[in-house]
Design a protein around this ligand. Structure first.
Ligand code: GLN
Length: 263
């Protein structure tokens, strides 16, 4: 009987120790969570990204959120750096001036690297390829870039489509719009004969409007990258290193493939 009591006591003791231990570790984990939450709200540095969220699938509105390839890559970069991402939706042509004025830490907007832009901002490693394409109405007599002479060309202001088409065919033949959707609407309405714009948004606009097509021959191929203020090499390096790691481990590809399905 004595022996039995001893064993019973031992069991009760062990059980209460286990319970006490469990309670302790629960408390510990509560503390860790609270500390982590505090870090999120008070300690995280902000990474302000400027974009123009009219450029699907790179950036667009979904409800009250800005989503897309750039938004997700930027979030992955911010997570890696322990920073809080803040996205500012502005006109495409105010992204570079805003980065130069240090209003934003970086610009990420399916932005093409050009020699001219390199004089104003620094660029990251390229994370995606872009192609300038030509959208026409089905049955159009425009079959390739060579047929654009004397045609009314719609573009998005200050984009490479604008820059190249203005250079090649003269400003007088170019009509500039705030975004690609507006340029495409002008094409549907017959106000322009074609739109020169990036391939991926072009696919979205053509899908959304019956009677349009993208020409098989492209206008030019380009590289997308993130732009930074030239006087902030530490941040540029930090973000670029994170980006390169995300390219190397396949995260960037996974994000791109999520939004761009193979044709
Ligand atoms: N890739 C083009 C450029 O950099 C267009 C980008 C955009 O419209 N967001 O000019």
């Amino acid at each position: 009987m004595k022996k039995f009591l001893c064993i019973a006591l031992a069991v009760v003791l062990t059980l209460s120790m286990v319970a006490a231990f469990a309670a302790c570790s629960k408390d510990d984990s509560k503390e860790t969570t609270t500390a982590a939450t505090e870090a999120t709200t008070t300690e995280k540095e902000t990474l302000v990204m400027a974009t123009n969220a009219e450029f699907p699938p790179y950036e667009f509105h979904q409800g009250d959120k800005i989503v897309g390839i750039d938004a997700e890559i930027a979030q992955a970069i911010a997570d890696k750096l322990g920073m809080e991402l803040k996205i500012e939706d502005v006109q495409f042509d105010s992204i570079i001036p805003g980065v130069q004025a240090k209003k934003y830490d970086m610009g990420m907007a399916g932005m093409t690297v050009t020699d001219e832009r390199k004089e104003s901002v620094d660029f990251s490693t390229s994370y995606a390829k872009g192609v300038q394409v030509i959208i026409v109405k089905e049955g159009s007599d425009i079959k390739s870039k060579d047929d654009l002479k004397g045609k009314k060309i719609g573009v998005q202001t200050s984009t490479t489509g604008d820059i190249y088409a203005s250079g090649d065919f003269g400003e007088e033949n170019i009509t500039k719009f705030d975004n690609g959707a507006m340029a495409t609407q002008a094409l549907v309405a017959g106000k322009v004969d074609c739109v020169v714009i990036d391939n991926e948004p072009a696919k979205n606009y053509v899908k959304a409007n019956a009677g349009l097509k993208i020409l098989e021959t492209s206008y030019i191929e380009e590289e997308y990258a993130i732009c930074f203020n030239k006087e902030n090499p530490e941040l540029t390096k930090k973000v670029n290193t994170a980006l390169e790691e995300l390219i190397a481990d396949g995260t960037v590809k996974t994000i791109i493939d999520k939004y761009i399905k193979a044709d």
